[in-house]
Design a protein around this ligand. Structure first.
Ligand code: MN
Length: 737
C-alpha cells in the first residue's frame, strides 16, 4: 500500500489511479478541483522543497486507493485552500457545490482543533473531533489521508515539530483509523509515529528483523508453497495466499509492553488465506490444523464473533516443520476488504452513497455513544481510552486506589494486577481487595474496578507456586519464576525432579538414574544447564516446561530402545492389547489374530517356551520349543522360513478363559481302586478329565493315561504333584516331550 514518499505526485499520477480503479468518476470535476488548488497554492512550498500541490494530490491518491467518491477526491485536492490561501468557502460552494464545500469546511475545522501536546489533548478537543466525524465520516477519512501523507514526509519537518505530530498521530489518529477498521492506515501511522517517538527501539527492531530477513522470506515462501500444494487439490479456484510480517510497532508492543522475547512472538510471521465463502474458511482451517501442529489457546474465531470494528477472520497459530510458529489468518474476500478498508470499504461497492446503511450506522454508533456518555467528563485520556477500549474486547482497565489506570488482558487476576504495579508488590502480596471487598487471589478483575493489594512487611515473603497457574500475564509469570529461581533452589530441584519423573512414568519412559544426564544432555545444553540439578531446578521454577519437551524425549527414548533392540514399555503394552484379540491365547508378533492350533505331538501349555509353524492353509501350529518334531525340523532348509516366534498372551488379555489339553502318563503298582483314586484326586482339585485308559504292564505295574484340561504349565505341575502323592503311584509324566 505504501507509495513512494515524495517527488512523484503529479495530477497525471492521480488520473492514472482513477482510471485503474475502474470506477465511475466525474473526471472533469476532479480536474477542475486540481486546477483551482494548483492556482491557489502556486508558489507555496512543502518543507521537502517540493511544490505544495504535491501534498493535496498525494492525499487524493490515498483517497482513491480507499475507493472514495468524486466529492471526497475533490475535497482532498482542495482540503488546504481555505485555510492556507485566499480562496473562500463560498468560492468552493459556487464552483463545486455544497457537498465538496462541506467536506473542506469539516477538514478545515478539524485542523483548528489543536491536539499536538498533552495540554491540548483536552476532553473538549477530542470531543470536537468525534463530533466532526459523526456528522460526515468522509471528513475523518480525508483527515486520516492527510495525516498519512504528512507522516510519510515527516522527516522533512523541523525536529521539534516531528515529535508533537508523531505523538498526536499515535494517540489520536491511529486509534481512530483502527476504530474505523482501516487497518493498513492504522498500521502505517503507528509504524511511522513509532519511528519518531522511539527511534532507538525502532532501529533495534529493524536490525533484528533485517538480520533474519533472508531466512524469513525463505520460511514464508516455503510455508506458502506447501499450503498452495495442499489446497490446490481441494479447491477449484485456488485461494489467495499472502505471507506477511508483523509491523515493527506490533513487535515493539509485544517486546517492550508485554515483555515477550523476540523469539516468542508467534505472529511475527503470518500467512493469510483468502477464500470465496465462509464454509471454505472453516475447511481451510481444518486442513491447516491437519498440516501443522496448532498451538493450544491461540485459535480465535472472529467470524462468529466479529471485533467491534467489524473485523472478521479466523486466526490460529501453528508450528511448521521448521519449528517456527506462525499465525494463519483465514477470511473471505469480502472480509478482507472490510479488514483492510474498514468503513471506507463501503464506497467500493456503493458509489456515492453516504453513510446511511445499517452497517455504517453500527460502525458509527460508538462515536455517538462516546459523545453521549462522555458529555460531562473533562478527562481527554478517558475519552481516548474509550475509543481504544471498546476496540479491543481483549483488554480491561482497572485502577489503583489512587486512580492510576492499569491495562491488563481479559481474564487477568489480582496477582497480575499486583505484579503490574511493581515486582515487590507482587512478591509481598498476601491479600487483595476489589472495590473495598476482600477477594481470593484467583479473583478475576473487570474494567472499572478499583483494586488494592495488601502486602506484608516480611522481607522473606514470596509468591506461591500455585500463582503460576492463576496469573494470566507473562509479566507476572516471569517475575514469579525468577523469584523461585533465585530463592528456592532446593525446593525447585525437588519439584522439578518429581515433575519430570511423573511425566516419564506417564509416557513409559524408564531411564536408569546413571544414564539420565546422558539422555538429557542435549536438552540441558539447550537450556544452559550444566548439571542435572540445574535442569531440575529450571523445571521447578517453570523456566523449562516439561510438556514442551516430552514429545521429543519420547522419540529419543524410542530410538534408544530400538538401537538396543529392547521393546519399550509402551510397545509391550500395545502388544498386550493386541493380545486381547487373541482367542487362542497365543500372540504371533506382527500378525493380528490368526488361526492357531496346538500341535498334537507336544500339547504346549501356557508357560511353556513355544514356537510357531506356518502350516499350509491351516494357520499356525504351536509347538513346545523342546518338542522333538521342532528340534528335528528346525534346520531343514526348506522349512526354516516357516518357523516363527510366538508367545503366550497374558491370561487377562485373552477373550475367553482358555484351557489347554494335557495328557499324563501315570505308572503305579497295580491295585484295586487306583483309577478311582486318580479320578477323585482330580475332582478334588477341580481338574476336568476327558479321557482315561488303564492297562496292565508285564511287571505287575499299571499304566494309566489321562487327558485333562489345565490353564497352564503352573497348574499342570500342581496336578502332577497331587497325583504323585496317591499311594502306589510311581511316576507321573507329561506326554509329548
Ligand atoms: Mn494537508
Amino acid at each position: 500500500m505504501a507509495e513512494s514518499i515524495a517527488g512523484s505526485f503529479t495530477f497525471e499520477l492521480l488520473s492514472d489511479k482513477i482510471k485503474e480503479s475502474g470506477k465511475q468518476y466525474d473526471t472533469d470535476k476532479i480536474r477542475k478541483a486540481y486546477e483551482l488548488a494548483n492556482s491557489f497554492h502556486a508558489g507555496q512550498k512543502r518543507d521537502s522543497g517540493e511544490d505544495y500541490i504535491t501534498h493535496p494530490i498525494a492525499v487524493s491518491c490515498i483517497l482513491t486507493e480507499l475507493g472514495m467518491d468524486t466529492d471526497t477526491i475533490c475535497a482532498g485536492l482542495l482540503h488546504d485552500v481555505v485555510e492556507d490561501t485566499s480562496c473562500t468557502l463560498e468560492d468552493l460552494t459556487k464552483q463545486f457545490g455544497e457537498g465538496v464545500a462541506l467536506l473542506v469546511d469539516g477538514v478545515t475545522k478539524l485542523r483548528k482543533i489543536p491536539l499536538a501536546t498533552k495540554e491540548e489533548q483536552t476532553a473538549e478537543n477530542v470531543r470536537k473531533i468525534l463530533l466532526a466525524m459523526s456528522e460526515d465520516i468522509r471528513v475523518m477519512i480525508i483527515k486520516l489521508s492527510d495525516r498519512l501523507h504528512n507522516m510519510r514526509t515527516l522527516k522533512f519537518r523541523r525536529d521539534d515539530k516531528r515529535r508533537a505530530t508523531a505523538l498526536e498521530t499515535m494517540n489520536i489518529y491511529a486509534p481512530i483509523a483502527h476504530r474505523l477498521g482501516i487497518s493498513w492506515i492504522k498500521e502505517e501511522l503507528e509504524d511511522l509515529s513509532f519511528q519518531f517517538l522511539d527511534p532507538f527501539a525502532y532501529d533495534e527492531i529493524e536490525r533484528l528483523m533485517e538480520l533474519r530477513q533472508a531466512d524469513r522470506i525463505k520460511l514464508i515462501e516455503s510455508i506458502k508453497e506447501r499450503i498452495t500444494d495442499r489446497l490446490s487439490g481441494d479447491f477449484a479456484t485456488l485461494p489467495t495466499i499472502e505471507g506477511r510480517v508483523k509491523s515493527n510497532y506490533g513487535i515493539y508492543k509485544k517486546v517492550y509492553r508485554d515483555g515477550k522475547e523476540f523469539d516468542q512472538i508467534y505472529d511475527r510471521y503470518a500467512v493469510r488465506i483468502i477464500v470465496n465463502t465462509v464454509n471454505e474458511c472453516y475447511n481451510v482451517l481444518g486442513i491447516i490444523h491437519d498440516m501443522f501442529n496448532p498451538i493450544p489457546n491461540r485459535f480465535k474465531d472472529y467470524i462468529s464473533t466479529p471485533k467491534a470494528n467489524m473485523y472478521q477472520s479466523l486466526h490460529t497459530t501453528v508450528i511448521g516443520t521448521e519449528g517456527v510458529p506462525f499465525e494463519v489468518q483465514i477470511r473471505t474476500y469480502e472480509m478482507h476488504q472490510t479488514a483492510e478498508f474498514g468503513i471506507a470499504a463501503h464506497w467500493k461497492y456503493k458509489e456515492g452513497i453516504t453513510s446511511k446503511s445499517t452497517r455504517d450506522d453500527n460502525r458509527l454508533a460508538w462515536v455517538r455513544q462516546i459523545l453521549e456518555s462522555q458529555q460531562n467528563t473533562d478527562d481527554a485520556e478517558e475519552i481516548v481510552r474509550t475509543i481504544k477500549s471498546d476496540l479491543s474486547p481483549d483488554e480491561i482497565f482497572v485502577f489503583t486506589p489512587k486512580g492510576d489506570m492499569i491495562t491488563l488482558p481479559k481474564g487477568a487476576t489480582v496477582i497480575d494486577f499486583a505484579y503490574a504495579i511493581h515486582t515487590q508488590v507482587g512478591h509481598r502480596m498476601c491479600g487483595a481487595k476489589v472495590d473495598k471487598k476482600m477477594v481470593s487471589l484467583d479473583c478475576k478483575v473487570k474494567t472499572g474496578q478499583i483494586v488494592e493489594i495488601i502486602t506484608t512487611s516480611n522481607e522473606n515473603h514470596g509468591p506461591n507456586r500455585s500463582w503460576l497457574q492463576i496469573c494470566r500475564t507473562n509479566e507476572a509469570r516471569s517475575k514469579i519464576r525468577s523469584w523461585f529461581k533465585k530463592e528456592r533452589r532446593e525446593e525447585n530441584i525437588f519439584e522439578g525432579r518429581n515433575e519430570l519423573e511423573r511425566e516419564f512414568r506417564r509416557n513409559y519412559i524408564r531411564i536408569p538414574e546413571g544414564e539420565l544426564a546422558d539422555f538429557l544432555a542435549s536438552d540441558m545444553r539447550k537450556h544452559n544447564c550444566d548439571t542435572l540439578d540445574d535442569f531440575f531446578a529450571a523445571i521447578g521454577y517453570g523456566g523449562i516446561q516439561v510438556s514442551k519437551l516430552i514429545q521429543h524425549l519420547k522419540d529419543a527414548y524410542n530410538r534408544r530402545m530400538q538401537e538396543r533392540h529392547e521393546p519399550t514399555e509402551e510397545q509391550i503394552m500395545l502388544r498386550a492389547k493386541e493380545g486381547l484379540k487373541s482367542k487362542s491365547g497365543v500372540i504371533v508378533d506382527g500378525i493380528g489374530d490368526c488361526e492357531i492350533k496346538f500341535a498334537q505331538c507336544c500339547y504346549p501349555l501356557p508357560g511353556d517356551a513355544i514356537i510357531g509353524f506356518v502350516t499350509r492353509g491351516h494357520g499356525i501350529s504351536v509347538h513346545k520349543q523342546d518338542c522333538l518334531n521342532y528340534l528335528n525340523q528346525k534346520d531343514d532348509e526348506n522349512q526354516r522360513e516357516r518357523w516363527l516366534p510366538v508367545r503366550w498372551a497374558d491370561k487377562e488379555d485373552t477373550t475367553q478363559s482358555s484351557y489347554f489339553k494335557a495328557t499324563l502318563d501315570i505308572v503305579a503298582n497295580d491295585r484295586i481302586g487306583l483309577l478311582a483314586d486318580i479320578a477323585s484326586a482330580l475332582a478334588e482339585i477341580r481338574i476336568p478329565m476327558h479321557e482315561a485308559s488303564a492297562r496292565e504292564l508285564k511287571n505287575g505295574n499299571a499304566n494309566v493315561v489321562v487327558t485333562i484340561s489345565v490353564a497352564g504349565i503352573e497348574q499342570l505341575r500342581s496336578v502332577i504333584n497331587r497325583l504323585s502323592k496317591i499311594p502306589s503311584v510311581l511316576s507321573v509324566d507329561r506326554c509329548g516331550k
